[in-house]
Design a protein around this ligand. Sequence first.
Ligand SMILES: Cc1ncc(COP(=O)(O)O)c(C=O)c1O
Length: 442
Amino acid sequence: MLTTSVSAKGVTVIGATFPLMFERLRVRRCYYQRSFSSGSSTPDRVIWPIGSSTIVPMHYLDHAASTPVLPEAIEAMLPFLADHPGNPSGGHRAAQEAKTALEEARENIAALLGCRAAEIVFTGSGTEADNLAVKGSARARRHLGDGVVTTAFEHKGVLASAHRLASEGFRIYEAAVTSGGIIDLDQLADLLDERTVVVSVMLVNNEVGTVQPLDKVTAVVRERAPNACLHTDAVQAVPWIDVATATSGCDLVAISGHKFGGPKGMGVLIVRDGTDLRPDIEGGGQERGLRSGTVNVAGAIALATALRITQERRGGELIRIAALRDRLWDGIHVALPETRVNGDVAAKVAGNLHVCFPGIEAEVLLLMLDQRGIAAAAGSSCSSGATEPSYVLKAMGMSREDALASVRFSLGVASTDADVDACIAIVPELVRGLRERTVVNA
Ligand SMILES: Cc1ncc(COP(=O)(O)O)c(C=O)c1O
């Protein structure tokens, strides 16, 4: 028998049916309390509980894949996991409590993202938000045309949706990107006409971290494609950019909670007034009939909290994280002068460092880094493990060899000096070792 009680101070566990689970939560809470309660937003190191009794230090440099849930977000969502069972669609008091909390979260998110509460549609992920945006708007505008225009380096949530539309008779065009990882605006302009019904251009690329010139994209779309609906995948942008301002000219905007301290499995699509959409998921008609399924109330509350805190702390965090990222690059580059940064440095968000280590296999390096307690990634997290080079790097014109030799270090809220020190100490040593092995085996 397990009894939990939730208080402002946290979770108290009486009984031990799930001791491991709560031990992890306890360790995590200790970490956060120690790290943040001193008034600093900067933790000194991440304690990552793994296995039943082992606690290993982990240098987590994969924030673009996912971020730790902020303690305030956990605190805010716990009552709606433990104490409030109501389904927000129901009629009784418990249901209404859930509904009230959900609508408050919606209002808060809308205020932070610069839209009206009625324009917020909760989804089960950023991928789902992209699917609804691209397929839903194209299908709703079929009578106006058949052109769907995107870029060659969008997230698969957009690209796979576009390819699905191709099988329904839409014409799909992917605008090229430069070697620096920026959309080719001239080519985009050439692909647009009055038969274009959807344009989808991401705000920040998930692999190389480059910010796209969305204001220029918006201007050219409005001028050349009067019947088009403009979607942006802003999933990677929230920690770094004022999304409300950057996306103000777009009809549809996708974000995802777990990229900025909210839980996984919680997305938002802003659907501006007057934007027609066909639902992708049908059922009970929740979310104005645009996305059926019981909304994750706890997740929406946590997302709203994480969004607020991320925006409040952004100014200081941008400076802190950019300094860490630059020190990491200097350390790697001094030790390994042949390394190169992928993507235009001036256009990158503060947390992204994407490095090509010529002559090594990134997948092997990543396995060795993992054994030494460093978590980084090759390509997007969704396609890591694949032996094919990243389609994003290929779209930027990189050779197969260089693409397969590239690693993404992505820093964020949990990043510390200790992470950077560990990387500077370990990465060059492993890269040199891999090179020597390659020479001996040649
Ligand atoms: C740019 C971009 N779009 C969409 C997604 C998908 O978001 P989610 O993980 O919530 O499905 C991701 C996740 O990596 C992303 O980086």
